[in-house]
Write a protein that binds this ligand. Structure first.
Ligand SMILES: Cc1ncc(COP(=O)(O)O)c(C=O)c1O
Length: 375
């Protein structure tokens, strides 16, 4: 049976960061985390309807009640907890969100704990705020990956460690922290007075059956010391609309966050607010079908990667990103190896992991087939 995700959409490189990189070359772009699927119909309709009136003026996010209701309902539907609306803070993106948090909760010379490998802007955030980065390599385990709690605790105990940015589900390896692991981390943060900023942008993209995401704000130990950053951007493919939100349970932390953003960070834009609301309220079926499609894509890609000598793919529990160990190829530049075969992944070096590559598999089965053949 064909699916709407099978539809091939010709993305004009002029309007696509992803497709522009290999413009004019026979290389399939599978790097940046942006899907080749159209956003759900509810989202496209909401934007068209708004455009009918033609005025694109200001909409103050805090006054947009429907958006807050949509977030509260969606979080309850997906993650089983009903949050008070006042915990929500709209932002124009998750990256601005964790950078604002650095500004709000640390001072130059403080230390910032981050896991590695990691999403490049998280690895670089310390430089924007004159912080020292304390990198904690993720441990490889039978279940995929786990945080190194001993090292995190050692770093958290230092007097200048004020904050950790967590990426959960993890980008690039797609691991979802278990409730027990998050609890352990919460206890460490609580004990050593460290604020946890949890980037959960991929939390609604869990493709492994039976795996559940635990949001940071749902833990008692973290309610006075956490900022959870979420967004509809990845899940519903609306990243170009510049919108996300933070969930900050503690009122004092919300005030500090707002103060740090004041005058520097614009309001989330009106189309982003409408799109998030329409996605959360009107695309549950689309979302369920998307997860099935991504799961079957992951299975297909894993088969192709694992049958290629020198490559091994980790089994992502979440995200549409395959983390590939290419060290077995024995080549000095795995990125070049892929590009010579007409495949354009993200280089592992960008995530602080030489010898790895990340392939975005959020594309039609036909395109995935082509990627597999090229391998
Ligand atoms: C872990 C993570 N955080 C944040 C972002 C980007 O967030 P935004 O575009 O809302 O700033 C990405 C995009 O790939 C991501 O993977």
């Amino acid at each position: 049976m064909s699916s709407e995700f099978d539809r091939i959409i010709d993305r004009d490189p002029k309007y696509s960061f992803k497709w522009n990189r290999y413009k004019g070359r026979d290389v399939i772009p599978c790097w940046v985390a942006d899907m080749d699927f159209a956003a759900p119909e509810s989202v496209r309709e909401a934007i068209s309807e708004f455009n009918q009136q033609g005025v694109l003026g200001y909409l103050k996010p805090e006054e947009y009640e429907e958006g807050r209701h949509a977030i509260v309902d969606w979080i309850e539907y997906r993650h089983g907890c009903r949050i008070p609306e006042e915990w929500i803070v709209w932002m124009p993106g998750v990256v601005p969100g964790f950078n604002i948090a650095c500004r709000a909760y640390s001072e130059a010379g403080d230390s910032l704990i981050v896991q590695t490998p990691n999403y490049p802007p998280i690895l670089q955030a310390h430089k924007n705020h004159q912080l020292e980065s304390l990198a904690v390599p993720v441990l490889q385990t039978d279940s995929g990956a786990e945080l190194d709690f001993d090292l995190i605790e050692k770093y958290a105990a230092r007097s200048r460690s004020k904050m950790m940015i967590l990426c959960n589900p993890m980008n690039p390896n797609g691991k979802v922290l278990s409730p027990e692991s998050l609890q352990k981390l919460g206890n460490i943060c609580d004990k050593h007075d460290v604020i946890l900023v949890s980037d959960e942008i991929h939390c609604d993209l869990i493709i492994e059956p039976g795996v559940k995401h635990t949001p940071a704000f749902s833990l008692e130990a973290l309610q006075k010391r956490s900022v959870t950053l979420m967004s509809a951007a990845k899940t519903f493919n609306i990243a170009g609309l510049g919108v996300s939100f933070g969930v900050i349970p503690d009122a004092g932390m919300r005030r500090r966050f707002a103060k740090a953003a004041n005058g520097l960070v614009p309001w989330a834009n009106v189309l982003g607010l409408l799109a998030t609301t329409a996605a959360f309220n009107g695309a549950r079926q689309w979302h369920a079908e998307l997860l099935d499609y991504l799961h079957s894509n992951r299975v297909l890609l894993k088969r192709a990667v694992d049958s290629t000598p020198g490559l091994e793919m980790l089994c992502a529990e979440a995200t549409f990103l395959a983390w590939i160990d290419a060290r077995g190829l024995g080549v000095s530049d795995p990125q070049l190896w892929f590009e010579e075969r007409g495949i354009g992944p993200s280089p592992g070096a960008d995530f602080a992991a030489q010898g790895f590559a990340r392939i975005n598999f959020a594309c039609s089965k036909q395109q995935l087939q082509l990627i597999s053949e090229r391998l």
